[in-house]
Design a protein around this ligand. Structure first.
Ligand code: SAH
Length: 233
């Protein structure tokens, strides 16, 4: 089922235009075909009622129940030098139910804030596309980039993934009652000694994954996947 984001609702009709209309055409959706629509953080089952040059009309059939992870996850991701990798991470974070992604500038990460800010629009679009693909109706909030000095560990559990640390294994943490967890992940070149010292000062809990050293995107995905799983009551 293809899913779209309407721009307007009129009782039991959703209106689609612009880029979303282009998508509907590319996907060759036929009149009477069932489609999904994301509206005000809810997912609806609809049927394509009509399509003109400028607009498509979806008739709402019903609102669908959707689930969320039981824990609020904040991914604090060092911006990879290979910026495209950040796009993969955003996409997978959306699929996995992450609430918030904070681009982090570390000693060895991509460091140009201006360029990162210029990517925002493209990154927001990647999140939206991913939401449609995985039928996630609630937003993922993409925060402004910050440096470690600006990072405040304000979640109930604040973890940092570090392959060099003598950290604990994620699966040994007790996340059953956790309401909010943040996970800090390093860039391709890992964290510097200075980064690590700052995380220690902030009181973060160091965790490691086994058995190998993972790429930053793999580490983020596996880390989040484990947290979602362990926190599910
Ligand atoms: N260049 C480093 C590897 C960095 S991997 C080296 O050669 O050792 C990039 C990031 O992914 C790390 O900073 C860490 O946050 C995370 N990561 C990768 N593998 C990990 C593991 N086994 N345990 C914990 N974190 C890991």
């Amino acid at each position: 089922m293809h899913t779209f984001i309407p721009y307007r609702r009129l009782k039991d009709i959703f209106l689609i235009q612009g880029e979303e209309l282009d998508h509907l055409r590319v996907r060759r959706v036929k009149r009477g075909e069932k489609v999904g629509a994301i509206w005000e953080e809810e997912l609806y089952l609809c049927e394509l009622e009509g399509i003109s040059k400028t607009e498509a009309r979806l008739r709402i059939i019903e609102r669908l129940e959707t689930k969320r992870p039981s824990v609020k996850i904040r991914l604090v991701q060092a911006v990879p030098v290979e910026l495209k990798t950040f796009e993969t991470i955003l996409q997978k974070s959306t699929e996995l139910g992450v609430q918030e992604v904070v681009p982090l500038i570390t000693e060895r990460s991509f460091r140009n804030k201006e360029i990162i800010e210029k990517k925002r629009e493209r990154w927001e679009r990647i999140v939206l596309e991913s939401m449609k693909q995985c039928k996630r109706p609630y937003r993922l909030s993409l925060r402004e980039p910050i440096s470690i000095e600006e990072f405040k560990p304000e979640d109930e559990i604040n973890l940092v993934l570090d392959n060099f640390s003598e950290g604990r294994r994620i699966k040994d943490l007790d996340l059953k009652e956790a309401k909010s967890v943040s996970l800090v992940v390093g860039p391709e070149g890992g964290f510097s000694k200075r980064d690590v010292d700052m995380f220690k000062d902030l009181g973060l809990v160091f965790v490691k994954l086994e058995p190998h050293v993972l790429r930053t995107d793999t580490a983020a995905v596996v880390g989040i996947g484990l947290i979602v799983n362990l926190a599910d009551p």
